[in-house]
Design a binder for this molecule. Structure first.
Ligand SMILES: [Zn+2]
Length: 203
């Protein structure tokens, strides 16, 4: 049965180090201060900081549920407790394959406010996971920016510092840096050149 009050979906995207988790935590904390019932979810794939907390790069923490998928949350949390929830925060949303399905159900049918933070693009600037799929069902979409590590200008992209090729390579400042368009293009050229030198040496 549909909930009496209607839900909402808010999305924060951007490159790494753009303050997505910080924005999500700020929003969730103000909901807690306003007496709303809140649950925070993140992917169990990302255990860089802590398994039971969402932690931003600047060290702010909030307790959370680390899950392999979103649709199992209702059962794990308990049906009754779920009914009482007002707000659901989702961090690192690019790792959830069932993001669209979950957000649709939570906002449309269950009347929840869903606040989502995730990478819009991977290190090759390709759409990452299902994050972009929820734009058509979202109330608001905010693209945050970081500071380019090379020149200090606004950074829109995430550059991988190593030659690893898998899309889901989880890491922080050791593996990735935020860059502006100019330094993204330059950085990719350098990465490709390094790769071809390494490959030519193998032969
Ligand atoms: Zn730059």
């Amino acid at each position: 049965m549909a909930s009496s009050h209607s839900g909402e979906i808010h999305l924060f995207v951007g490159p790494m180090f753009a303050g997505k988790t910080t924005s999500l935590l700020r929003r969730i904390k103000s909901d807690v201060d306003n007496g709303r019932n809140v649950a925070m979810l993140k992917s169990s794939k990302d255990n860089r900081y802590a398994i039971d907390s969402v932690v931003s790069h600047d060290g702010v923490k909030f307790p959370c549920w680390a899950l392999p998928d979103l649709m199992s949350f209702k059962v794990k949390y308990g049906h009754e407790a779920y009914q009482k929830l007002d707000v659901i925060g989702i961090d690192e949303a690019q790792f959830f394959e069932d993001l669209y399905e979950f957000c649709c159900k939570a906002a449309d049918e269950d009347g929840k406010i869903v606040v989502v933070a995730g990478l819009d693009g991977d290190y090759l600037r390709r759409s990452f996971g299902s994050v972009l799929h929820i734009i058509p069902i979202a109330d608001t979409v905010t693209k945050l920016t970081a500071r380019c590590e090379m020149c200090g200008k606004r950074a829109f992209f995430t550059l991988r510092k190593t030659n690893e090729k898998q899309t889901e390579l989880i890491g922080g400042a050791d593996l990735y840096m935020p860059v502006c368009r100019h330094h993204y293009v330059n950085g990719q050229v350098v990465a490709e050149a390094t790769k071809s030198v390494l490959e030519s040496q193998k032969i």
